[in-house]
Design a binder for this molecule. Structure first.
Ligand code: ARG
Length: 466
């Protein structure tokens, strides 16, 4: 008789599944990457089974040692995955049981349904921490670029039309703020990922006196106050994946922010803006046009947003029609989740590296920010300070702009006499508003791009990110 695998369907089924079915249903080709967390979960479960008297100490130790050996082999790339064993859980358990007979006791009080929920939570918990580190690094890269160019002004844009002057640092810090909210969302998500589902069994817990607290504590499922976090409903625990949806949603919003940053970089690198030079190592050439230097990292950062949005939509769709509780559909969660995690992490890392290798073209920035039209609103504010209602001041300055346009001169080159013909409220000091330096010194509201305020915000972020 052919020797059966230690994990066999032979008890219930007369026939093994066909190769076609095996290929369609397997998940080992992608869930193998949960191996470390699967092993940690099994070790904690084994220790608990010993503590409640199911596993003698010797067997428990043999299981832990066996799992440890398997882990080292996987890490070294020496472990042979078997597709016929379907998934990561069965691959590891079958090999363990082949080596350590007591491995047959490991699945006591456990189902793959609570096991996979545990593994994904453990994996995602780590992944969120890695991602948070990358985001902080990107924030630091943005702050550094702002600090290195603390005196550089650029036009701020609305409708992609020049609006008002801002410090480059102010523009960059806008992204630092967005990224900070991404971090907050990820931390918030982390608190709901960090809840232990083990002990939920297939759907209805177990008749054995499992010690859920012990397992949870051992695996670090505790909140900031040290309180153990356990799922409170076995059916919910094995069937919902809202924690994964939340991560993919937070990841999608992060991807939006990265994509917007990328878009600015792409514009700035064009000859039309010419604000930045990206180092050669972070650009690519054209196979046809020898002069080209393309901002491909930024373009891919923008482009990859599509798959990250798609992953979120896939997960939502996957869950919406599922009857309680576990359904095999849920196996489809992993590739989408992995893809979002991989994509946003790599994109964040590459954008940070690219920014660290980007220099400002100060002359081009200065020329663009020096456009006096950017200070037309300051001229209206000047009239408001003379007592004119803002609506009227806006109109008067509109006439000034039209005159400058008609006579083909920059706003700041109009004469006092010309201004006077438009409105008597203009004094000899009116043209003083076009001094960019004093104009920037005046914008010191909290959150405004004033000289002192931007320096303060840069210092705050430097401190907060150190
Ligand atoms: N590979 C499965 C998944 O990812 C593991 C759980 C399988 N459970 C089951 N009852 N077939 O969801």
């Amino acid at each position: 008789m052919k020797k059966k695998s230690p994990i066999s369907r032979g008890g219930r089924f007369a026939h093994e599944i066909s190769a076609d079915v095996a290929q369609f249903t397997e998940s080992i080709s992608f869930d193998w990457r949960l191996w470390m967390h699967d092993i940690f979960g099994s070790m904690a479960h084994a220790e608990m089974l010993h503590q409640i008297g199911v596993l003698p100490k010797k067997e428990m130790l043999a299981i832990v040692r066996g799992l440890d050996d398997i882990g080292m082999e996987i890490q070294a790339g020496r472990f042979r995955w078997k597709r016929e064993l379907e998934d990561i859980h069965m691959n590891i358990e079958a090999e363990l049981t082949r080596r350590v007979p007591a491995g047959a006791k490991l699945h006591t009080g456990r189902s793959r349904n609570d096991q996979v929920a545990l593994d994904v939570r453990l994996w995602l918990r780590d992944e969120i921490i890695f991602l948070l580190r990358e985001i902080a690094d990107l924030q630091r890269a943005l702050v550094s670029l702002g600090e290195k160019n603390a005196d550089v002004l650029i036009p701020g844009y609305t409708h992609l039309q020049r609006a008002q002057p801002v410090y480059l640092a102010h523009h960059l810090l806008a992204y630092v703020e967005m990224l900070e909210r991404d971090c907050e969302r990820l931390w918030d998500c982390h608190s709901r990922v960090n809840v232990c589902p083990l002990g939920s069994g297939a759907i209805a817990g177990s008749t054995l006196p499992l010690n859920r607290e012990l397992v949870a504590k051992r695996l670090g499922f505790v909140d900031a106050g040290g309180k153990v976090q356990l799922t409170q409903n076995s059916m919910d625990a094995v069937s919902d994946r809202d924690f994964a949806v939340e991560f993919c949603a937070a990841g999608a919003l992060l991807a939006v922010h990265l994509s917007r940053l990328a878009e600015d970089v792409i514009l700035w690198a064009s000859a039309e803006f010419n604000f930045i030079r990206i180092a050669d190592a972070y650009t690519t050439g054209s196979s046809l046009m020898p002069q080209k230097k393309n901002p491909d990292i930024a373009e891919l950062a923008r482009g990859k947003t599509g798959r990250v949005f798609g992953n979120l939509m896939s997960l939502l769709t996957l869950l919406k029609g599922l009857p309680m509780t576990y359904n095999r559909d849920l196996q489809e969660d992993k590739e989408r989740l992995f893809d979002t995690a991989d994509t946003v992490r790599a994109t964040t890392r590459l954008l940070a590296a690219m920014l660290r290798n980007t220099n400002m073209n100060k002359a081009a920035c200065e020329a663009a920010a020096g456009d006096p039209a950017l200070l037309a609103t300051d001229l209206a504010d000047y009239l408001v300070k003379k007592g004119m209602p803002f609506r009227q001041a806006h109109h008067v300055v509109g006439v000034v702009v039209a005159l400058a346009e008609k006579t083909g001169q920059p706003l700041n080159k109009l004469t006092f006499a010309e201004l006077q013909t438009i409105d008597k409220a203009f004094g000899r000091d009116a043209l003083g508003v076009f001094n960019l330096k004093t104009a920037m010194a005046k914008r010191n509201l909290t959150g405004a791009p004033g000289t002192k305020e931007v320096a303060k915000q840069l210092a705050r972020w430097r401190e907060q990110l150190s």
